[in-house]
Ligand binder design. Structure first.
Ligand code: URA
Length: 432
């Protein structure tokens, strides 16, 4: 087999076989196929696409390039969730404890944030002492003991994806639906869960800018997961405004705690219940989404979800008193209000700009390895369709610096004020 023939076949829009895809991915990973040929193939995939079968072979090939977590020592159905990346997205901190409080095993490896989107690991590290680095053995033991672990990556999962993603990043081939689907699904499948709920974000702050592309991505990932024997659901959600009110690490942990206490923002609570309900269905603890949501709502009312978050924090070395006393989180030294310059209704809040405004305060990284300031961030005071009068507070900026002109300008730029309310809904579609 020759790499060039595979490139030509895809260039001409033909379907690649399992053997051809394996040959190429193995060659690229071990260095016998060079980056210039891999660039040509990814560009051909970008233009010609892939069938669901090809995308499944590609995912499996990337999956088998590294370690695959064996969760068979954990009893019962293991569930996981994944978000394609949003602003203010602290869903795992609520969904995990809620489902685990019902006895469902939530075994999740998370990532760090980069650019305008935050990462669950950075949020967890806002809790003093929380250790994201636990061994595979300890991970399995913890899930068996308390039903939940939220950790950084153990072992080397999907190294071919790391190499391919770095190449796509510099060759204009990130935005290819089969390449995104195989990249995400290879890592999810390597993490070993039986049932996976994907939250596919749509909108200005997301990878997928329109619902049609997001639907195709969701359907492809669901099909890949099903082809690999997993119970899959994908939820298409609107990212035309940040999720909830808080953006920034400890601010988001506090919002997750508020939500587990029953006092969360409406949109964020709605999404957490939707994602968790599909995991409850997959674990066969309810017969319908409505029944699953009722079960979950009870776990909020009786504080079992909150207690499970405290157990998780304690098990991973963190100070669980912060979960019951969120006022203990270190506060930023300065608080600034961003005021509305005109009256009307909030028509749109550009999530990308809000994410960038928080990032330049120190809440996120512009490059891998940058340090994070857990105490800074932004809390929105107005959401889409809220009425606004000139001079009202749109958002508050929490900073450890005196000059926040750049963040203020980004927040003001993010808010689009309209004369009338707009059609807006959070959950756009469920793909089973
Ligand atoms: N996230 C991933 O892990 N891979 C992609 O290609 C895009 C988003």
């Amino acid at each position: 087999m020759r790499a060039v023939d595979i490139i030509i076949k895809k260039r001409d829009g033909l379907e690649l076989s399992k053997e051809e895809i394996n040959f190429f991915i193995e060659g690229f990973t071990n260095g016998t196929i060079d980056t210039y040929q891999a660039s040509a193939l990814t560009m051909a995939i970008y233009f010609k696409g892939m069938t669901d079968q090809e995308a499944t072979y590609l995912t499996e090939s990337i999956l088998h390039s590294g370690d695959i977590l064996d969760l068979s020592a954990i009893e019962g159905i293991k569930v996981d969730k994944h978000s394609t990346g949003g602003v203010g997205d602290k869903t795992s901190l609520v969904v995990g404890p809620l489902v685990a409080s019902l006895g469902i095993k939530f075994a999740k490896m998370s990532g760090r944030g980069l650019g305008h989107t935050g990462g669950t690991l950075d949020k967890l590290e806002a809790i003093p002492g929380y250790d994201i680095n636990i061994s595979e053995e300890a991970f399995i033991q913890q899930v068996n003991a308390i039903g939940i672990a939220l950790v950084g990556q153990t072992g080397e999962l999907a190294p071919a994806d790391k190499k391919l993603y770095a190449l796509r990043d510099v060759t204009g081939t990130v935005e290819s639906i089969p390449l995104i689907a195989s990249s995400i699904m290879s890592k999810k499948l390597a993490s070993g869960a039986d049932a996976i709920c994907l939250d596919v974000k749509v909108g200005s702050g997301a990878f997928m800018k329109n619902e049609k592309d997001a639907s195709r991505l969701a359907e492809l990932m669901v099909n890949i997961g099903k082809n690999c024997g997993r119970n899959m659901t994908a939820i298409l959600t609107n990212m035309d405004e940040p999720l909830g009110l808080a953006v920034g690490n400890s601010l988001e942990v506090i919002e997750a705690i508020d939500t587990l206490n029953g006092n969360g923002p409406k949109d964020f609570t709605e999404l957490c219940l939707e994602v968790a309900a599909h995991l409850v269905l997959a674990a066969k603890l309810a017969k319908s989404v409505t029944e699953a949501k009722e079960l979950l709502q009870k776990q909020i009312e009786n504080k079992e979800g909150l207690h499970t978050l405290a157990k998780l924090v304690h098990a991973q070395g963190g100070d669980d008193s912060y979960i019951y006393h969120p006022e203990k989180f270190k506060k930023a030294t300065h608080e600034y209000s961003v005021l509305a310059t005109q009256s009307g209704y909030v028509g749109h809040i550009d999530a990308l700009s809000i994410g960038n405004a928080a990032m330049i305060l120190g809440a996120g990284r512009s490059k891998i390895g940058d340090a994070i300031d857990h105490s800074v961030g932004i809390v929105l005071a107005k959401k889409v369709n809220d009425k606004v009068c000139k001079g009202d507070i749109l958002a508050k900026i929490y900073a450890n610096q005196e000059n926040v002109d750049d963040s203020t300008a980004l927040v003001l730029h993010a808010y689009k004020i309209t004369e009338e309310q707009v059609d807006s809904k959070l959950i756009l579609k469920i793909v089973k």
